[in-house]
Design a protein around this ligand. Structure first.
Ligand SMILES: Cc1cc2nc3c(=O)[nH]c(=O)nc-3n(C[C@H](O)[C@H](O)[C@H](O)COP(=O)(O)O)c2cc1C
Length: 193
């Protein structure tokens, strides 16, 4: 991926066909309606995914020393300029699988902030956050918004991004047509922006 006409969906739930997956698919449908390409990379396909070991190796060369399924994400992030993260809320934040992806992005952080190597060609880059949780608290999406803000920053994406949140959704069956449409419309607008 290397241009604005492609959107990468990053799926953080371990559940196949769950709420965050369905919402991401709807978003992707909107992206395709706008004439852009859409593909998803999911933690479901990264069964062998370790957390950051804090070995410090990326501070020296900007590369992660662990050779595992994080490579799926490192490859997917190459050249990507439009990124939508879709995540359920697990204990007020992203699921541990998604947190592993974020923490392993320390390699990008080290390139930027330790080695002074900024990622090239990200003019016009944009991120988006889709969040879904079963409860309805006012602050339900506060921690995840912060986590994704600094994840995007590590990737050299803007720290300001649009969000779309769904409360009181335990399973996809609870999603209304209006909510699905809202996700699709957000994808359309995102791809057209
Ligand atoms: C381990 C776990 C923790 C959860 N923690 C929260 C929570 O803190 N707040 C909330 O509103 N929902 C919580 N939920 C519910 C999920 O966010 C909700 O069911 C969501 O629709 C699941 O999306 P998914 O099917 O894409 O995984 C939790 C679910 C699990 C399995």
């Amino acid at each position: 991926m290397s241009d604005l006409s492609k959107v990468l969906g990053v799926h953080f739930s371990p559940k196949r066909q769950g709420s965050s997956w369905v919402l991401l698919e709807e978003f992707g449908q909107g992206v395709r309606e706008a004439g852009a390409d859409f593909e998803i990379v999911s933690v479901i396909d990264a069964k062998n995914l370790q957390g950051c070991q804090e070995c410090g190796s990326c501070n020296a060369d900007g590369q992660c020393a662990i050779d595992d399924d994080m490579n799926i994400f490192y490859r997917a992030f190459e050249g990507v300029k439009r990124l939508v993260v879709s995540t359920p809320i697990f204990f007020y934040d992203v699921p541990s699988q998604g947190k592993a992806v974020i923490d392993r992005s320390q390699a990008y952080w080290a390139r930027r902030y330790v080695l002074g190597r900024n990622r090239e060609g990200l003019e016009g880059a944009q991120g988006f956050l889709l969040g879904v949780g079963a409860t309805r608290g006012k602050d339900l999406f506060m921690p995840v918004t912060l986590s994704i803000k600094y994840f995007f920053d590590a990737l050299a994406f803007p720290k300001i991004f649009d969000t779309l949140f769904f409360r009181k959704i335990e399973t996809p069956a609870a999603l209304t047509q209006e909510q699905r449409f809202a996700a699709r419309s957000a994808g359309l607008a995102f791809a057209k922006a």
